[in-house]
Design a protein around this ligand. Structure first.
Ligand SMILES: O=C(O)[C@H](O)[C@@H](O)[C@H](O)[C@H](O)COP(=O)(O)O
Length: 304
């Protein structure tokens, strides 16, 4: 039995990686997920299965530290509602998902009323990060942060975790991180689209590789772009309809409510929404009006 045990609730692609890294670091890990196959995989790696969130608590010694990694919103509340009554003062709950910071503040205050600590932890790095080390931005009180620090150290890259402020500050930082991510992704998408329509036959994978060697825009996203182009140079196997969007949406609402313009990020988010529309009523109206005032064609011609 290891000196220290942690609970992990939610064993999806991210949570499963977190549980494995904790096991590899030599900790005991008590896990729960509704997906029995995910639990079986964690148990095969050395974890102990719990029947439900309360059972996770029952299998840990106080002060307990439980990491939650489930989709943002209702699923986090469900886990907190099921786990909370089984915890006691001094225990620590960490939400490692992409939750809205105001929800995290609410959960923090709810648990604090019973002396239970809540840390909001923005976790970046994707699946590779979960396997090889995440970047963690943590909000909450110093005392539970210190108590949970061995967990953070075990699942983060070296230098890849920090307490960035009080309750809510971790998920706020992650919201902003993701907003920047939206604009980075959109800029890369637009740049590669322009290259593809250029009067030159660029090999996009090779150009992305070249840019990795000392260019200003080198980075992980370019590395991923090169890998994607190498697998499928025209990206013919996927559509340009882009999913996600919650964190970007929150960032825009937050920015505008504070008078921060955020135009690049807002446009990147708008482009995601636009990508989901096959045609638009707005476009029809513009076309109709051009026809009405100038008898301009309603079907684009070679001259526009
Ligand atoms: O830092 C990260 O590892 C990513 O941001 C990660 O958290 C995830 O890819 C986003 O949540 C996707 O966000 P969207 O679904 O909004 O694109």
């Amino acid at each position: 039995m290891a000196d220290r045990a942690f609970g992990v609730i939610g064993l999806g692609r991210m949570g499963g990686g977190v549980a494995r890294r904790l096991l590899e670091a030599g900790f005991d890990v008590v896990v729960h997920d509704r997906d029995e196959a995910a639990v079986a995989a964690a148990v095969a790696a050395g974890a102990t299965a719990a029947a439900d969130p309360a059972d996770v608590a029952a299998r840990l010694r106080p002060p307990r530290v439980v990491w939650i990694m489930v989709p943002a919103g209702e699923p986090v509340d469900q886990v907190v509602d099921a786990l909370g009554p089984a915890l006691e003062a001094g225990d620590v709950v960490i939400d490692g998902g992409n939750s809205f910071y105001r929800d995290s503040l609410r959960r923090h205050d709810l648990l604090r009323a019973r002396g239970i600590h809540f840390l909001d932890c923005g976790s970046s790095g994707g699946i590779e990060g979960a396997e090889r080390g995440l970047c963690l931005m943590i909000g909450g009180d110093p005392e539970p942060f210190a108590l949970a620090e061995p967990l953070f150290r075990a699942i983060a890259r070296p230098g890849g975790y920090a307490r960035v402020g009080p309750a809510g500050a971790g998920h706020y930082a992650k919201m902003v991180h993701n907003a920047i991510e939206y604009a980075f992704l959109e800029a890369l998408g637009e740049g590669f689209e322009l290259l593809r329509s250029a009067p030159y036959e660029y090999d996009l994978a090779s150009l992305a590789d070249l840019w990795q060697n000392g260019s200003v825009i080198r980075g992980w996203l370019l590395e991923l772009a090169a890998a994607a182009f190498r697998r499928d140079p025209d990206l013919a196997g996927i559509t340009g309809v882009v999913g996600g969007g919650d964190t970007g949406n929150w960032a825009i609402q937050e920015a505008w409510s504070r008078g921060v313009p955020l135009p690049g990020i807002a446009l990147a988010y708008a482009m995601r929404l636009r990508s989901r529309q096959a045609d638009t009523f707005a476009g029809k109206v513009v076309s109709a009006l051009r026809w009405e005032f100038g008898r301009h064609a309603t079907v684009p011609t070679s001259r526009g």
